[in-house]
Design a protein around this ligand. Structure first.
Ligand SMILES: Cc1cc2nc3c(=O)[nH]c(=O)nc-3n(C[C@H](O)[C@H](O)[C@H](O)COP(=O)(O)OP(=O)(O)OC[C@H]3O[C@@H](n4cnc5c(N)ncnc54)[C@H](O)[C@@H]3O)c2cc1C
Length: 442
């Protein structure tokens, strides 16, 4: 690679791509930004605007008591175009940063078009250039031709998946007195690892089933229906097939004995840890399309989860992501071809803001490489550093997309309440971010 490359290619002008292009220009480097819409459409985008929000108009909490709020503060520090646009198009939504979606996208489109260092081209990219530094930011609905190219480059068999995500719970909010530890049939070598088991009595089980049946669901798009045929059926749909279906599926109690009673419970929900620090647990096999507030109400019917805080809610949609822990370096470049970087949802982060944040970092890292400067890792204590750590650590249970949440930050060891811990996490993140100067030594 030639040092001091004067142009970087960015493929995809969604949340991550626009941030990446914007950062590149801060280094005085030109960006060629490709966007395939409107000539080639996706199954979810409706306009030709850049950074279109395909579903909700909320960018989640703006409060720094929330992990997503901390992420936004860090992004502001790095001159985020997405946060700037969101503030300019904000609509009232309490502590959430919700936007007028058209104003938001127009603001970004105008800013990108007005930037003399950005050349916006409305074309689908089907091949990744061999030599030029390139950022792939084509998101969950990457076009088929480019998916095939990425598969061949990364030697992956397939790239897009129908994501079925089970909710994740803050470990501190599980009532341990109402759980018992152990694997089915006590098999330590079963490959199932250690579970936290949440027993349900007959009454509690049927109350949960009723809640699932009555809960309001997110509408299913045509292209998502294939999910149900891939053993990823939402729990509420299983309940529609019979009130006992869950007892023979994700809530089956066989092989589990509650040490308090010496008996097999009527039904059991298993929780499996998501990380080494055991700060997050996922509800095994509990993929769902219930609306988020309903998930909170219905899943709290499980006795051990009566006060559970959900770090990530369950969801199901088409997604495209690479196996980042195996394929990417810490700077988000491909190990097998270091001139190619990945940003946005395709790296395995989940959500508008998370995708935009990786776009910022990727833009910075690619620019530093183009200028022949060494990579400066973003501190682990920041929310962005925590997200990058998540997508770089291989795990036994397979790599699954993740949104920012308090469980991803380095643990606060002190025995203090949740609020105090979160305050420490916020202060530590901002302090670390202030010490991060990627624009230095230019
Ligand atoms: C159905 C659905 C609903 C969702 N709902 C939400 C939600 O409510 N809240 C939330 O936070 N997240 C949601 N997400 C996730 C959300 O889409 C992402 O978090 C975010 O948009 C990802 O940003 P990105 O920049 O990685 O991808 P995108 O924003 O999708 O941008 C990628 C861009 O690349 C373009 N592109 C694709 N292939 C090519 C190519 N070959 N050549 C040129 N251009 C190309 C696309 O047209 C697109 O503009 C949803 C996703 C889906 C699929």
């Amino acid at each position: 690679m030639s040092k001091k490359q004067s142009s970087i290619i960015v493929i995809g002008a969604g949340l991550a791509g626009v941030e990446a292009a914007n950062q590149i220009t801060k280094f005085g480097i030109r960006a060629t930004l490709y966007e395939m819409r409107p000539s080639r459409k996706t199954a979810a985008h409706k306009t030709s605007g850049l950074a279109e929000l395909v579903c909700s108009n909320s960018l989640k909490s703006a409060s720094t008591e929330n992990a997503s709020g901390i992420l936004k503060e860090e992004m502001k520090h790095l001159g985020s175009l997405v946060i700037e646009a969101a503030e300019a198009s904000r609509v009232p939504a309490g502590k959430a940063l919700a936007v007028d979606r058209d104003m938001f996208s127009d603001y970004i489109t105008r800013k990108i078009q007005a930037n003399n260092l950005i050349d916006l081209r409305r074309e689908e990219v089907t091949n990744i250039p061999k030599k030029s530094i390139t950022i792939v930011a084509t998101g969950p609905l990457t076009s088929d031709a480019l998916c095939a190219e990425i598969c061949s480059l990364t030697k992956s068999e397939h790239l897009y998946f129908y994501d079925s995500i089970s909710p994740i719970i803050d470990a501190d909010t599980i009532n341990r007195l109402k759980t018992f530890r152990g694997s089915r049939y006590d098999r330590e070598d079963s490959g199932e690892g250690d579970y936290l088991n949440c027993p349900l009595s007959k009454n509690e089980y049927y109350q949960l089933v009723d809640g699932l049946l009555q809960g309001e669901k997110v509408e299913t798009r045509e292209f998502e229906k294939a999910l149900y045929f891939q053993s990823c059926m939402p729990v509420e749909i299983m309940c529609e097939r019979g009130r006992d279906t869950l007892r023979f599926g994700p809530l089956k109690p066989v092989g589990l004995t509650d040490p308090k009673t010496g008996k097999t419970p009527f039904a059991v929900l298993q929780l499996r840890t998501e990380n080494k620090e055991e700060t997050m647990y996922n509800m095994v096999g509990f993929q769902t399309k219930l609306r988020y507030p309903q998930q909170r109400t219905v899943f709290r019917k499980i006795p051990a989860l009566e006060r559970a805080e959900f770090l990530r809610y369950g969801s199901m949609h088409r997604n495209t992501y690479i196996d980042s822990p195996k394929l990417l370096e810490k700077d988000l470049s491909l190990s097998c071809r270091p001139t190619v970087f990945f940003a946005g949802q395709i790296t395995g982060v989940e959500g508008y803001v998370e995708s935009a944040a990786t776009g910022i970092i990727c833009g910075i890292n690619a620019s530093r490489k183009a200028l022949g400067l060494k990579h400066i890792p973003i501190p682990r204590e920041t929310s962005i550093g925590s997200l990058l750590e998540y997508i770089s650590v291989p795990r036994k249970s397979g790599f699954q997309p993740m949104n920012i949440n308090f469980g991803l930050f380095p643990k606060v060891e002190k025995e203090i309440g949740k609020e105090k811990k979160r305050k420490i996490i916020f202060q530590r993140a901002i302090r670390s971010m202030l010490g991060y100067d990627p624009y230095g030594q230019m």
